[in-house]
Design a protein around this ligand. Structure first.
Ligand code: SF4
Ligand code: SF4
Ligand code: SF4
Length: 290
């Protein structure tokens, strides 16, 4: 279990706890420390600012403000521990396999599909709809911009599952995000255009998300060495052994996203709880070196 599970999930998966999606938490007053870190009085206030700064431009193609709705704090902090603490308080993620995404979809009241702010910032392309806001009243949160709010789709659970299955097949990594932890604001489908992935994995910066509560391993009796799965892995965790004629997964690089399974014709890849593999049971935030 990652530290959020211990702090916000009572030892169970933090993102499967209803209290972390509650209206009460969204509107509760923040502590003095939280207020200082996120520069808002409530999670609702923070979420509104974030949607206006990060999501609205991705809907309309409007210019991005410099801070995308985040608090200004991290840019003036130089201490790595302080920056990480700031991120964990304000907006932090975790990789989720499709099974847990579906559990979250089953739990929440509403799912709003919307454009991806990261892809807009990275590519300049607006309206790339890979983000899913959870429990979000689009009229309340984007009330200043009724046309933009109207353009967002509110999905039923079956529609949401269909999109996520499709993105899973495409090899997009599912992730879940807080808006002033532990409140859960959304589910994402990410690739190399994700700002968090870029900063953390490509540039080897400070972590922006936890690895999944799982890890993958290959059943060598079932693996034929076809290599179909390799193109799915965004973390450089899969290796082909020419001696064995099989795929190997480096557990220290595997983030447990599980999307490699979608391309295996032989069901040779299994997702197991991270805690079942002692050498990586406590690896949550280490860099991949990939
Ligand atoms: S975390 Fe992923 S889906 Fe969400 S905004 Fe960033 S790239 Fe888009
Ligand atoms: S090997 Fe690990 S990181 Fe790579 S796709 Fe599979 S589960 Fe994800
Ligand atoms: S797709 Fe399946 S069978 Fe093919 S190499 Fe990967 S694990 Fe082995």
């Amino acid at each position: 279990m990652c530290e959020f599970c211990h702090e916000h999930g009572e030892g169970k998966k933090w993102y499967l706890q209803m209290k972390n999606y509650s209206e009460e938490l969204l509107h509760a007053d923040l502590t003095a420390d939280q207020k200082a870190k996120v520069e808002a009085e409530t999670r609702y206030q923070w979420t509104k600012r974030f949607w206006e700064g990060f999501v609205y431009p991705a809907i309309t193609g409007a210019p991005n403000p410099s801070h995308y709705g985040f608090a200004e704090g991290p840019s003036v902090q130089t201490n790595k521990d302080e920056i990480l603490a700031q991120r964990k308080t304000e907006h932090f993620g975790q990789v989720l396999p499709i099974e847990d995404v579906e559990k979250v979809i089953d739990m929440v009241d509403s799912i709003t599909r919307m454009p991806c702010g990261c892809r807009y910032i990275h590519t300049g392309l607006a309206d790339r709809r890979y983000c899913f806001g959870l429990g979000l009243d689009k009229w309340s949160i984007l009330g200043k911009y009724p046309d933009a709010a109207a353009s967002l789709e509110v999905l039923d659970k079956a529609e949401a599952r269909k999109y996520f299955r499709h993105f899973d097949q495409e090899g997009l990594v599912h992730s879940i995000w807080t808006g002033v932890t532990p409140y859960v604001v959304g589910l994402c489908n990410c690739d190399r255009d994700c700002l968090a992935y870029d900063g953390y994995i490509i540039r080897r910066g400070l972590p922006q998300f936890f690895r999944a509560e799982y890890i993958c391993q290959v059943d060598w009796d079932a693996c034929t060495g076809c290599k179909n799965c390799m193109s799915q892995c965004q973390f450089g965790a899969m290796f082909y052994s020419s001696a064995l004629g099989k795929i190997n997964i480096d557990p220290h690089r595997c983030f447990g996203c599980g999307v490699c399974r979608a391309e295996c014709p032989n069901d040779a890849i299994m997702l197991i709880p991270r805690e079942a593999k002692p050498e990586v049971a406590n690896e949550w935030l280490e860099e991949t070196g990939g």
